[in-house]
Design a protein around this ligand. Structure first.
Ligand code: HEM
Length: 156
């Protein structure tokens, strides 16, 4: 690939990875602020909108990052680092789909609790779901960082 092509590829890879990782960290900070400033009904409405809007930003950023990473790695020898990267990338995509479905289910459970005049925080299914959501989000964050580290070591 020419120097210009290589430069463009790395630019796309760095920008899309920044959006994915930066967005992930930013939503974590926003989630903390929302939890301390909004009441239960406002929080559900807020995350419903944020989650749906961010899906249209985060998912394309992840797809572009993975695609440009795959092009950048095309001349790499097929070794343990590359195999691990492919597995981690696949897991990331699958777990993101699972996490989005789980988050939608949580929104529905919270809406039902609020309509029944219950405090969502006291509903057992919601408490269990919160733990699963936390585990899923932490795993997605770790997989994302692992992928960046693997990519940097392969490039270095
Ligand atoms: C790129 C990453 C992310 C995407 C694409 C995403 C997407 C979504 C979607 C689609 C929903 C469901 C909205 C609905 O009700 O239809 C949602 C809900 C939610 N998201 Fe995210 N999200 C991301 C990262 C995060 C992170 C990092 C956190 C917090 C650390 C977070 C916290 C929440 C919360 C609290 C909800 C409400 C449902 C629940 O309590 O689990 N999200 N998100």
């Amino acid at each position: 690939m020419s120097n210009l092509g290589q430069g463009l590829l790395v630019t796309i890879l760095v920008l899309s990875t920044s959006v994915w990782i930066g967005g992930y960290v930013a939503i974590g900070v926003v989630a903390h602020s929302a939890a301390t400033t909004l009441d239960a009904a406002q929080r559900v409405a807020f995350f419903r909108t944020l989650g749906r809007s961010y899906l249209r930003v985060g998912t394309p950023a992840l797809v572009i990052a993975l695609a440009s990473g795959a092009v950048a790695a095309r001349d790499q020898p097929w070794n343990a680092a590359l195999t691990t990267s492919v597995v981690v990338a696949a897991l990331l995509v699958i777990l993101l789909a699972v996490a989005v479905q789980q988050a939608r289910r949580m929104t529905r459970l919270r809406q039902a609790a609020l309509q029944a005049d219950e405090d969502p925080a006291t509903v057992p299914a919601i408490r269990r779901g919160r733990r699963s959501a936390d585990i899923l989000r932490a795993t997605l964050g770790v997989l994302s960082v692992v992928l960046v580290v693997l990519g940097c070591f392969m490039a270095g």
